[in-house]
Design a protein around this ligand. Sequence first.
Ligand SMILES: Cc1ncc(COP(=O)(O)O)c(C=O)c1O
Length: 399
Amino acid sequence: MTTQQIIDLENQYLAPTYGRPGIVLDRGSGNYIYDLDGKRYLDFIGGIAVNSLGHAVPEIIGAVSQQAAKLMHVSNLYHTAPHAILAQLLVENAFESKVFFCNSGSESIEAALKFSRRWAFAEGGEAKHEIVSFENSFHGRTYGAISATAQPKYHEGFAPMLPGMVYLPFNDLAALDQTISKEKTAAVLLEPLQGEGGVNTAQLEFLSKIRELCDERNVALIFDEIQCGLCRTGKFFAYQHSGIEPDVMTLAKPLGGGLPIGAVMMKPHVADQLKPGLHGSTFGANPVVCHVATAVVRKMLSEGIADRAASSGAVLMDGLRSLQGRHSDIKDVRGLGLLVGIEFEGEVAGLVAACQEEGLLVGSAGTNVLRCAPALTIDQQHIDEALNIISRVLDSRDA
Ligand SMILES: Cc1ncc(COP(=O)(O)O)c(C=O)c1O
């Protein structure tokens, strides 16, 4: 089939929930993707921060085929080894906790909200049900997740939202004290580094104050590390930059190396409130995806991928800041590790398209921020290539 035939078929048969560019991606290798017509693209969006080890990774391919040939699915009615091994690996590299597996980021948010409310119910009854979240957050597309996402554009036409959601400004200490309450608040939910909402880092004082109030008022602190966790920011988990631990943490995106998986890690006091039948998933912790995720995490740990993300991120940001010196419409370059945002005066959709035309795939975060979330395995050559393309695109726009 040709590119146009595939696009026509999609337009005819797929629900119109996405606006896609006019190319069809066909195969990937390392940090590059090729379209159906053989054109090569440097991948600086990585399937929205999913392909952290790149494309066609031998260890991932091996893990998929090995486990698929052995046992692919039995449901959670039975014990299997892969999810036990993966849970142990995650816990040993985080904090004392237990893990619930599901199939996506949004599902892990749903589970985190349910588990936190269940714990809060045991502590303070039904009144203690409020979930506090923050402006410009993004927590996913299911009802609980959009309700917790404090951006009106995701709510439009879908009202009413889940009751008990309270939205506060991000990085605003003053608002916290009046809102987080022992009697009413079940949980505070935030991304230590907001991705979708514009690549905004939670300040240390903000995180410390939230932790302090959650401890004082017996409230669960949930970190959404779906995008910023698992080496992306230059530490294995983003919370390790501050040393401030959550009670509950959600993971997804890069965990399955491209296969769908979500995970909720919760401290024992939250896990102790759960019992068989309270929550579940048919596919969650599927043996294939858990075996693959174990291979992903082991590779991340053994190859020092977090450190690589930290050093490559610093080089990329330096390069972008020197571009900022030459292009006055770049307002800011920010991020942590290899989650990098370039804020422009105006909308970035045209820039994203122009970069693609020049052979570079990047994304956006909100309307004005260009987002780079490449594989964490990129090296100097990839960074130079990306900077050259962005520079060329900006120069031709200015000309
Ligand atoms: C921080 C964060 N939370 C939750 C989600 C939702 O994850 P999913 O798309 O896998 O449901 C995303 C996805 O972009 C995300 O970036």
